[in-house]
Ligand binder design. Structure first.
Ligand SMILES: C[S@@+](CC[C@H](N)C(=O)[O-])C[C@H]1O[C@@H](n2cnc3c(N)ncnc32)[C@H](O)[C@@H]1O
Length: 284
């Protein structure tokens, strides 16, 4: 494996998930998404699987149980804290056909044509160069191999959607790499990397949220940023006076307030599943 050299952004992502690692498994939502992705991936006995952004190892472990003794699963992640949780579970279950390794999903150096299936749940938005990353993952798959990716749609998370819109008026982009575009753009991204039979399914996991929760995006992204700091307002902040920042904040709050209903604010959580195959080489 290449030595891990994380830039500031990726180090921020790794630190963020390190902090979340101990409580990450408490939620019900991630297992639900992972189970659906597994259904779509159609993993069979004896297969070789790569789980990208394996986190606490839910998908890697479930895949290991599916591929059996003749198969093998590798999980990769940049967060040592998340990997530690995964490793504990693997040891507790006594599984010998799954390993987790610290590696950057954008700089993997496994042999070409090595994996039957690549899985990636809730991690793809973190890839900074999505087109190049997909080309790399394509290379790692065997011909007729399958990729199964889950990701939230760009319409997800009301606070982020509105903040993105408001910042755009001031010439600022809210973490531009952390987006997929429309479903059609997403399909094109996979097809350009060489994948075929691209199928995309969406599911709605949204719910109503409170105005205060939606407004909290200002605190977490602008005032006290963790991951997105270098790319969001890190640059922008120096361009804006306190008065101007106050104006941007007021616009954000006003837009959110306008969206309020009796039930609260609808917090879209459209999840997207992308399934695709690597074609056989043409030998005609
Ligand atoms: C939301 S968690 C998803 C974990 C797991 N796939 C699940 O669904 O439960 C995202 C994971 O992606 C990892 N990640 C983010 N960027 C990565 C990168 N460039 N390479 C490898 N892992 C990355 C994070 O450390 C984190 O563990």
């Amino acid at each position: 494996m290449k030595p891990l050299a994380l830039d500031k952004f990726k180090q921020g992502v790794a630190d963020f998930y390190d902090r979340r690692s101990r409580s990450y498994d408490q939620g019900q939502w991630h297992p639900q998404i992972c189970d659906r992705l597994l259904e779509y991936a159609r993993i069979g006995a004896g297969q070789t699987v790569l789980d990208i952004g394996t986190g606490t190892g839910y998908l890697a472990i479930a895949s290991a149980q599916r591929v059996g003794d003749q198969g093998h699963v590798t999980g990769v992640d940049i967060s040592p804290g998340m990997l530690q949780q995964a490793q504990r579970k693997i040891q507790r279950l006594g599984l010998s056909n799954v390993v987790v390794q610290r590696a950057d999903a954008e700089a993997l150096d496994y042999p070409s044509h090595h994996f039957d299936v690549i899985l990636c749940a809730h991690t793809f938005p973190w890839m900074t160069d999505k087109a190049a990353t997909l080309r790399l993952w394509y290379q790692l798959l065997k011909p007729r191999g399958r990729i199964a990716v889950h990701t939230p749609a760009d319409t997800a998370y009301i606070g982020a959607v509105v903040l993105r819109r408001v910042l755009a008026e001031y010439g600022l982009e809210l973490e531009p790499s952390n987006r997929l575009g429309s479903i059609e753009q997403c399909r094109q991204l996979f097809e350009k990397a060489g994948f075929e039979a691209v199928e995309i399914y969406t599911e709605q996991h949204g719910s109503y949220t409170t105005l205060d929760q939606a407004k909290a995006i200002w605190e977490s992204v602008v005032v006290n940023p963790s991951i997105t700091a270098p790319k969001v307002v890190g640059d922008g902040r120096s361009r804006f006076s306190a008065t101007e920042l106050g104006k941007i904040k007021a616009e954000l709050y006003a837009e959110l307030e306008a969206l309020q209903t009796e039930q609260g604010l609808w917090n879209d959580l459209t999840t997207v599943y992308i399934l695709a195959d690597k074609p056989e080489p043409y030998c005609g």
